[in-house]
Ligand binder design. Sequence first.
Ligand code: KG4
Ligand code: ZN
Length: 339
Amino acid sequence: MYILGIETSCDETGVALYHSDRGLIQHSLYSQIAMHNEYGGIVPELASRDHIRKLVPLIDECLQRSQLTKAEIQGIAYTAGPGLIGALLVGAATAKSLAWSLDIPALGVHHMEGHLLAPMLEKQPPEFPFVALLVSGGHTLLVEVKAIGQYQLLGESLDDAAGEAFDKAAKMLGLAYPGGPLLAKLAEQGNANRFKFPRPMTNRPGLDFSFSGLKTFTMNTLNNTEKTAQDKADVAFAFQQATAETLAIKCKRALKHTGLKRLVVAGGVSANTQIRQTLTTMCNKERAEIFFPRPEFCTDNGAMIAYAGCQRLLAQQQESLSINARPRWPIDELYARTE
Ligand code: KG4
Ligand code: ZN
């Protein structure tokens, strides 16, 4: 069964074709970063309008590169939320219209479930159950995953998401939007022994996160320097190290709390090399397995949506032709997949 996946929740138009037996066939991505760059962040209305321009050509491109026709698609999965309402509606309306014209089902997928299942696209996918750390621009979640749709929230950020903290710290360092990957690049030149940043909320029990204090600490530290290139690199290093270690402490705690020995890390921030290394070292020490998506599937993409939608369509999950999008949607409200 060929499934078309559509992702339009934020600033990336992602499209993919996934086959239930053959796996991922093709995927195409268009990033709006250059357009939002001059505003220093995402402008929601511009994002929606650009998805309208790019989505249909991207679907055609993906089909062409796969040497498939629309008639061969047997189901459509689209991101129904959480995300920017206008951007979500473009994907939802396109998916539903195309599904109606082809007389096939369309199903709304939870964006964070897409991220959570992205490692399933790799050669050695994790088995259930596992603990998932989801670190993106909008969310930081620790989830106990028993099966598809059986998600128990263990902890979340009480303020900024990890990616948001990266982007805000990057802005202070004079970097462009989205600053996460640029801050990581700058940190490569940083001196490891110069600054020691706090590891927020690690000295009390619990699995929640808070990154806003780290942001303030970054600002104060930077303001106490001359802001030379080396000062900025040293601050970037300390910020990244503190974030990586905070995530590792909480993941270790979540593995202990659940008794599980398997960790999945996904979402845009999981593309960060330092974070991947720190979490891998922690898992090796704990004799736990660790799984990541390949870096291009850490950030938003259509492949993860096609995969998640395929699993739910195979389980006969259905929805009406009405167009739905949920800008806010807690992941533990998802139904367990019935076999
Ligand atoms: O998952 P994602 O593509 O979109 C959301 O669902 O939010 O995550 C985007 C976030 C941004 O905040 C971006 O700065 C961050 O992921 N990010 C990174 C890296 N690559 C992307 N943060 C740190 N290091 C990276 N290499
Ligand atoms: Zn995302």
